[in-house]
Design a protein around this ligand. Structure first.
Ligand code: NAG
Ligand code: NAG
Length: 361
């Protein structure tokens, strides 16, 4: 991979070195610095219309929020293979190609909020290191469909997803099936209007800690589904706002309790059982979660083993070198000492004194 990138870089420089430098003179210069140990290019609010081409090739954080970029393509990202954080909030991006993230193997945070995207490429959910994804305020974007097309996702590292305010007034969207994203701990669905919701939709979210759902509305096939969801989330200590459930059914009693500084209420629905399928989906998610966590743990262990091996290697080189120098010194000493053992008769008094001292040592 690295070799390939280097060859490519070389090619690009060789072929377009001249045009690059001349067009770089025309391009607005973003301020580049080292922030928190990461090479950062700050192009915030610079009225850019295109993805910049003259950033340092080893840039890691690219801040492009509040510009007028309409298009981002494979070549734009391919030029900077080490980007870990890319902020593109509040631009005019309306289209992303399917292959755009093909070489983005370092990307951890991607902010595409407040753009004009209506289609998100499924490959976004297959990024091998992505942890945080912001898609909020892209009207009627097809998150659920895209996630479906991305499956199977083998080892998703996504933990934070913001899809707030993605439905236009009067429109609804399907709630995405998150069962292939078992690490998800934070989901923001504020202001969204969903089609039918049921406990099934949350069964595959076994690591969920915060569901930001203020102003989110949903339809329910039956009233009890709504109560069941509230209860399911409360029992799993998720921080959320109760969905507004209808309670006008006859014989329905409300029960409320305090949890996480919130009051959660639920009704005693007659068949208030969690479906077997939902419980099974939850335990499947737990299994996947543990597998991914174990794989991440192993990766860390291997990195530490690698570091240890390198350290031991250098230490042994140092030890061998020190020994070699000592040996050399010894040899020099014995060489010099030899003739002194039987000093010539004409040795001076001062020299003899020095010799005695050295032998005593
Ligand atoms: C969720 O998104 C909304 C709208 O984008 C925002 O106002 C809110 O602060 C977010 N919630 C959290 C917990 O970040
Ligand atoms: C929810 O909607 C109300 C009224 O439209 C608005 O004032 C409030 O800021 C919204 N809350 C969030 C978190 O989006």
């Amino acid at each position: 991979m690295l070799a390939k990138n280097l060859v490519w870089l070389f090619f690009c420089f060789a072929l377009s070195g001249n045009t690059l430098t001349t067009s770089c003179k025309k391009e607005k210069t973003c301020k580049t610095s080292r922030t928190l140990g990461l090479k950062t290019s700050d192009c915030y609010k610079m009225d850019l219309k295109k993805f910049p081409t003259c950033l340092p090739p080893n840039v890691e954080v690219v801040e492009l929020s509040y510009n007028r970029i309409r298009k981002v393509e494979y070549d734009d990202l391919h030029r900077y293979p080490y980007i870990t954080h890319l902020y593109l909030t509040d631009n005019l991006i309306s289209k992303l190609d399917d292959d755009i993230f093909k070489d983005s193997t370092s990307l951890e945070t991607l902010d595409l909020s407040v753009n004009a995207l209506f289609r998100v490429p499924p490959s976004i959910f297959q990024l091998p290191t992505l942890k945080t994804l912001y898609l909020s305020q892209n009207m009627n974007i097809n998150v659920a469909e895209s996630l479906e097309n991305a499956k199977p996702i083998l080892q998703s590292t996504l933990t934070k997803l913001d899809i707030s305010y993605i439905t236009e007034d009067g429109y609804t969207t399907d709630f995405p099936d998150f069962s292939d994203l078992p690490l998800l701990a934070f989901v923001n669905i504020s202001g969204d209007q969903f089609n039918y919701l049921s406990p099934r939709h949350f069964a595959g979210l076994c690591n969920l800690q915060i569901l930001a759902n203020s102003n989110a509305t949903a339809e329910f096939e039956n009233d009890c589904d709504c109560w069941k969801i509230n209860r399911w989330l409360a029992e799993r200590k998720v921080v959320f706002t109760d969905f507004q459930c209808p309670n006008n059914k006859e014989g329905m009693h409300l029960m409320c309790n305090f949890q996480n500084y919130n009051v959660h209420c639920y009704a005693d629905c007659i068949d208030d059982q969690i479906e077997f399928d939902d419980l099974e989906a939850f335990s499947k998610c737990m299994e996947k979660l543990q597998n991914i966590q174990f794989a991440l743990y192993l990766k860390k262990v291997w990195i530490w083993i690698g570091v240890a091996v390198i350290l031991i290697f250098f230490l042994s080189i140092i030890i061998v070198y020190i020994k070699w120098r000592k040996n050399k010194q010894k040899k020099r000493l014995t060489k010099r000492a030899k003739p002194l053992i039987r000093p010539p008769l004409a040795i001076e008094h001062k020299d003899q004194f020095q010799l005695m001292e050295r032998l005593n040592d």
